[in-house]
Design a protein around this ligand. Structure first.
Ligand SMILES: C[S@@+](CC[C@H](N)C(=O)[O-])C[C@H]1O[C@@H](n2cnc3c(N)ncnc32)[C@H](O)[C@@H]1O
Length: 239
């Protein structure tokens, strides 16, 4: 498959796809990128809406780092307050990474020691079924190509509406078909009345494709090495 391990600038290991010439995370810091884009500009903006449960959909599950960071953030909230957020996390991935490779990335060490059993459960969660990771956190990793989903997976998505989308496939440069009006329309139709999509790309054509399906698009400051990222909302939303 031509995938190798690389170290990013914040010391976090990530994967690099040789055939595409693209990493799974920013070379300027994998954890920093995940935290800034998906936690700060995604999860934290949606939690105040009070959805319970909160349905998250990730496109491009890869190393599961976004899922780890999300579950960890919620477990930290639980430890330090009376707030309880029930979360259903769905993630689509066309090329699942072997658990042994995931473990060799040492991502479980990025979080508190207490979180380790949950991280292990995330890594060993079977594909295409729901796993209970923590009392309030359920994970359903779905194996398939988002552009040609097997019927059963499509049904799983059609049965729900999502409040938060982590849009994290490879870049528009190497995978333009994943940033199309058609795919954004499919996602828009799966989004709840008030919902948010966050992604690392701020390319003009990506923003225009999102706008064409009805999303309201804003550019916000990116993590190190990236001037801007995109936060797109459906329905009335004060960012
Ligand atoms: C930038 S990496 C994702 C990083 C990931 N979120 C993480 O935290 O490791 C892009 C991911 O999208 C997946 N992908 C690429 N094309 C896809 C498709 N058509 N459908 C579903 N997943 C796809 C790749 O296999 C890869 O795992």
């Amino acid at each position: 498959m031509g995938i190798e391990i690389m170290e990013s600038e914040d010391g976090t290991l990530t994967l690099y796809n040789n055939s595409l010439g693209e990493g799974y995370h920013s070379k300027h810091g994998a954890l920093a990128e995940t935290h800034h884009i998906f936690i700060e500009n995604g999860l934290k903006k949606v939690l105040p809406l009070g959805y319970n449960p909160l349905n998250i959909l990730e496109v491009g599950y890869g190393t599961a780092l976004n899922c780890l960071a999300t579950a960890h953030h919620l477990s930290q909230i639980k430890e330090s307050s009376d707030l309880r957020y029930r979360v259903n996390y769905f993630a689509i991935e066309s090329t699942p990474i072997d658990e042994k490779v995931l473990l060799s990335l040492n991502h479980t060490q990025l979080f508190t020691p207490k979180f380790k059993p949950s991280a292990q459960k995330i890594y060993s969660a079977p594909w295409n079924s729901e796993s209970l990771i923590e009392r309030e956190f359920r994970l359903t990793p779905l194996e398939g190509d988002i552009l040609a989903l097997p019927k059963e997976i499509e049904r799983t998505l059609l049965e729900r509406e999502f409040h938060l989308i982590y849009f994290d496939p490879f870049s528009p440069k190497v995978s333009p078909q994943l940033w199309s009006v058609q795919l954004f329309r499919f996602i828009f139709n799966r989004m709840a009345e008030r919902a948010l999509l966050v992604t690392y790309s701020s390319k003009g054509e990506v923003r225009r494709a999102m706008e064409r399906v009805g999303l309201k698009v804003e550019r916000v400051a990116g993590p190190k090495g990236k001037r801007e990222i995109t936060v797109a909302t459906k329905g009335s939303f004060n960012l």
